[in-house]
Ligand binder design. Sequence first.
Ligand code: NAP
Length: 290
Amino acid sequence: MIQRDISTYGLVGFPVKHSLSPLMHNTAFKLLGAEANYELFSLEESELDGFFSELKEESSPIFGLNVTIPYKEKVIKYLDGISPFAEKVGAVNTIVIMEDRRLIGYNTDGPGFIAHLEELKFSFNKKRVAIMGAGGAARALVTALCIAPNRPQSLKICDIDKGKTDNLINDLGERINVGIVEAVNSIDDLNIELADLLLNATPIGMKETDPVLIEEDLLHQDMLVYDLIYNPSETTLLKIAKDRGANTSNGLGMLFYQGVLAFQHWAEGEIPDKVKKAMRQALEKGLAQK
Ligand code: NAP
């Protein structure tokens, strides 16, 4: 990657304009002395066919992509290969474009989440996990948790649309063992009072006016409340959880690790710790300025 004249990397999605990924990846390119730039590709669905067909051309300067909402599943049909984990999830957030223009898809959301929880020293072994939201992010987390060597004891999941939760379990169940996962009808049935880890994988909390989805009294000091949202850096859910004595974390660490893992797929190797540190600082600084 570093040897080419000018290579382009970027994020495909809609919308993408508020993304912090360019800050993180361009910081790494600069420190590594790479002639590369990370850009935002805001694409309508009708533009995907054309974009991916141009990617195949020998003259294309693009050698790596991230993919975000709403295309993580839709891009799979354009790929020439997919990693075993991304295949299990059924969604791709990272694409490597090889010298021969073959496109290989990966999913670093699941491993990124696991890496952040390791950093937080949270072990899943024998733990009870409750998840709110059964969208794309939850799908990656559930897959990662189900196949983890120290998988949790139980994983209850609910979504505003119960059909979505059932679909997620049925679909993943065709490829992995989802025996620990239970779809519940409502947030009340998540048994948050008994959970060791509560995950918010809904977008509720991004806006100041958003409601808190749970009963405050159910939160307790023996749990970690993890909100995938990182902007705002402290959602009302996290504020309340902290007041109740729970450990809390936002999703910035997950964003960081998924980005590092994506970068390492493009670079085909580990990046130095000092570059990783700078990537994280760039994210933190970028977020503070939002
Ligand atoms: P998504 O595919 O839209 O999934 C969110 C799910 O939550 C949807 O199924 C949605 O249902 C459901 N939901 C909405 N309101 C709900 C409620 N009141 N109760 C229960 N379920 C509800 O989005 P996503 O890609 O999974 O992302 C989810 C969140 O994680 C977003 O805030 C995103 O920014 C964040 N995220 C963070 C990272 C990171 O690296 N930190 C990575 C990925 C995602 P409807 O579709 O019916 O509304």
